[in-house]
Design a protein around this ligand. Structure first.
Ligand code: C2E
Ligand code: MG
Ligand code: MG
Length: 714
């Protein structure tokens, strides 16, 4: 910085020596003329003023280094003039010498110095003494001016030794650039002309209007500080990001004198920022755009397509087949490696304007621009799947993977990126349901299905408040004597427009949306109430009937399930032995300690737990030991395949044998044929239900059945 200061001082001195102006103020014309002559002879440019008011005006215009003023003048005197000048920062370095025609007493001399004068001289004075004082005061003023300027630069420089400094004299239009400023732009002194063009002509065309606007605002007084980020061309032709800060110096009238400030190189910081932004929008493993960036681009594409229907595009939603298996068996490193190679292949298979993104896990999305029709989108999906079909060689492994693809085309008309993504995801789920390596287009049929689901969700919510749920009861038959051993309560939805809706249609949706737990409770309460009602009916066999109620895995996640069951039994009067609760394997698979505790508490209360749909899930009888399960219900898919000669009966038989070995009862579901009934009975299966005996019945018909105490067909 010392170099900058020396330069500036030199600059100031050379600039001002020829212009060193002295203002002489005296109300006596003779004395004024004498002083003017005296100082002119001494080599100064002298300006004369006849009183304080005129002096102030001329001082502002000429900026003298020295003012020699009479003390006693009409209107504004020398002391007041001194005070006014000192209050103005523009005259901070101007020297003031007071002279008096009369003998000044000590008091007024002191007052003059207090008011800001630098020296005084009383009459009569030696002309040479005046010239000597003037010379000293002019020198001091020059020095002060230079010092002040360099002090300001120092202050700016203190912000960081790496900043370049600039100082723009608005009167002369000259700009001082520090050595560091020039160095930051690779500029030598030869390129510098000392004007604002040295800087402004190098500013990036995109940034220059903003910079010019901010400088103008500072000059106008609309802003007090300048702070602009802009690019400037380096001598090597590249653009560098700079932060220019600045401030303005004005005189007492508010006239702008100088603008000065610093320039900081932001290039590296910008690069880091860009890196951070890149990282925030890209997947670290594959380097592909991530979900956030993809959604942003998809959103833009959707908006474009809304404005212009010729802007067609397609969205592919891919899910790798078997990835979990590969990851678990070959290890995460191989899994990562595979994802990277998939990313590379996908990128190679689309055009440069398209976006391939890693959406998460083994999900990838592709935005295909300029795809005119849904047919073309399907062809693209084919191509994408083809490119993934050759083996991937990962170190010593050779692996195959494929992808299921959901496709959505802009012509369907999507309101938002989220909506289009949901559509592609729905199509993906359909594709996966059909098997591996398939693709499926989100079309009118899927659309209808999706909106039906949406309607179902809304309707389900309404069904609770309008009490649209009812219960049917399917008899459970003792296979040994054909008597009705109990009932299974099955929910029915009496939809106001659609009539009766069966649980297969709405229970999965209710499970997904969390509404199933309320349904379970409605059915539980109603079934218990109904069971008590039948028990109290005269004419019904004295035999104790059981009531089986299905509870979703979601119901087991609620902490108050046992209390609810207990309260329901109390309120209805049914005994726990009369209630069976049917659970699915997903309840056992939850591995939650709380769920286990709930199951044991229910069992301790005396309620039997039946494992429903056995054989359709992860069927391993061994883990059943860990739970207090009383009976297994063989799923009807194993019962219904049993042929007249006992063919396809292996699974059903094995389940019965194993259940017995674990001390559990077996209930066979979906018995439709007499031979199935006969065989199951032969294998020792104690209970069964199915259309052969009875379909689920409304309460009235169930009651009649009980009253008739009908025997099973034999
Ligand atoms: P599930 O518990 O296995 O109930 C047996 C299902 O098989 C019933 O279907 C019943 O009508 C049907 N079924 C019985 N015998 C035969 C037969 O011989 N042939 C055929 N083809 N089907 C037969 P539904 O009533 O449609 O219920 C379907 C499923 O919905 C139930 O399967 C159960 O998992 C669920 N569900 C029913 N009510 C409730 C409930 O209140 N809460 C919960 N969470 N789920 C329920
Ligand atoms: Mg059931
Ligand atoms: Mg079942």
């Amino acid at each position: 910085m010392s170099r900058a200061v020396t330069q500036s001082t030199a600059h100031e001195l050379t600039n001002s020596s020829s212009e060193a102006a002295v203002l002489v103020v005296d109300d006596t014309p003779d004395r004024l003329e004498f002083l003017e002559l005296l100082l002119k002879k001494a080599g100064y440019r002298v300006i004369g003023a006849r009183d304080g008011v005129e002096a102030l005006e001329l001082a502002r215009r000429w900026r003298p280094l020295l003012i020699v003023s009479d003390v006693n003048m009409p209107r504004v005197g020398g002391i007041e003039l001194s005070r006014t000048l000192r209050a103005d920062p523009a005259f901070a370095s101007t020297s003031i010498l007071l002279v008096s025609a009369l003998r000044v007493d000590d008091a007024s001399a002191v007052e003059g110095l207090r008011a800001g004068a630098d020296d005084y001289l009383e009459a009569p004075f030696d002309p040479m003494r005046l010239v000597a004082k003037a010379a000293r005061l002019v020198e001091r003023a020059r020095f002060e001016a230079a010092l002040r300027e360099s002090e300001e630069r120092y202050a700016l420089a203190a912000r960081g030794a790496n900043d370049g400094l600039w100082d723009w004299d608005l009167n002369s239009g000259r700009v001082y650039y520090s050595a560091r400023w020039c160095e930051m732009l690779g500029l030598g002194s030869a390129e510098m002309r000392g004007g604002s063009a040295d800087w402004l002509s190098r500013v990036h065309p995109e940034d220059s209007p903003n910079l010019a606007g901010k400088i103008a605002a500072l000059a106008r007084g609309a802003d007090t500080h300048l702070e602009v980020e802009h690019r400037v061309r380096h001598a090597d032709g590249s653009y560098r990001w700079m932060l220019t800060r600045g401030t303005i110096v004005r005189d007492a009238t508010g006239k702008a004198l100088r603008m000065a400030g610093s320039m900081t190189d932001l290039t590296e910081r910008k690069r880091l920022e860009e890196q951070l932004v890149h990282d925030a929008f890209h997947d670290a493993l594959t380097g592909l755009p991530n979900r956030a960036l993809f959604m942003d681009r998809l959103g833009r594409a959707v908006e474009r397509a809304k404005r212009d229907e010729d802007c067609c595009f397609a969205l592919l939603f891919l899910d790798l087949d078997r990835f979990k298996t590969i990851n678990d068996s070959a290890g995460h490193q191989i899994g990562d490696h595979l994802l990277t190679q998939v990313a590379t292949r996908l990128e190679a298979c689309v055009r440069s304007g398209d976006t391939v993104a890693r959406f998460g896990g083994d999900e990838f999305t592709v935005l295909l621009e300029g795809v005119n029709s849904a047919d073309d989108a399907v062809k693209m999906a084919d191509r994408v799947q083809d490119c993934l079909s050759p083996a991937f060689s990962l170190g010593c492994h050779e692996l195959y993977t494929g992808a299921s693809v959901g496709i959505a085309h802009s012509a369907t008309g999507f309101a938002s990126a989220e909506e289009m993504l949901r559509a592609a995801n729905i199509a993906l789920h359909r594709a996966k349901a059909e098997g591996r390596g398939r693709h499926r287009l989100f079309d009118a049929a899927l659309h209808a299905r999706a909106s039906a689901l949406l309607r179902l969700e809304t309707d389900l919510r309404r069904a609770e408040t309008r009490e649209e749920y009812g219960v049917e009861y399917q008899p459970i038959i003792s296979l040994t004597d054909g008597a009705v051993a109990g009932f299974e309560a099955l929910v029915r939805w009496r939809h106001p427009e659609r009539g009766v809706v069966y649980p297969g249609e709405f229970i999965p949706v209710a499970e997904e949306t969390g509404r199933v737990t309320r349904i379970d409770r409605v059915v539980l309460t109603e079934a218990c109430r109904q069971a008590m009602h039948w028990r109290n009916l005269a004419g019904v066999s004295a035999r104790r009937l059981t009531m089986s109620v299905n509870l979703s895995a979601k119901s087991f996640l609620l902490p108050d399930l046992t209390e609810y069951v207990e309260r329901t039994l109390q309120e209805t009067g049914l005994s726990p032995e009369e209630l069976h609760i049917e659970i699915t394997e997903s309840v056992l698979l939850s591995e939650s300690e709380a769920v286990r505790v709930t199951l044991f508490r229910l069992r301790e209360m005396g309620i039997a737990l039946h494992l429903d749909d056995f054989g359709t899930g992860y069927s391993s009888l061994s883990y059943l030991r860990r739970f207090p399960i009383s009976a297994i219900k063989i799923d009807r898919s194993f019962v219904q395949v049993v042929g007249p000669d006992g063919e396809n009966s292996q699974i059903a038989r094995a389940v019965i044998t194993l259940a017995h070995s674990l001390g559990m009862e077996v209930v066979a579901e979906g018995i439709e044929e007499r031979h199935q009934f006969g065989q199951l009975r032969e294998w020792g299966c104690a209970y069964g239900q199915g259309h052969l005996f009875s379909k689920p019945l409304d309460p009235d018909r169930a009651r009649r059945l009980l009253e008739e105490a009908s025997a099973p067909p034999s």
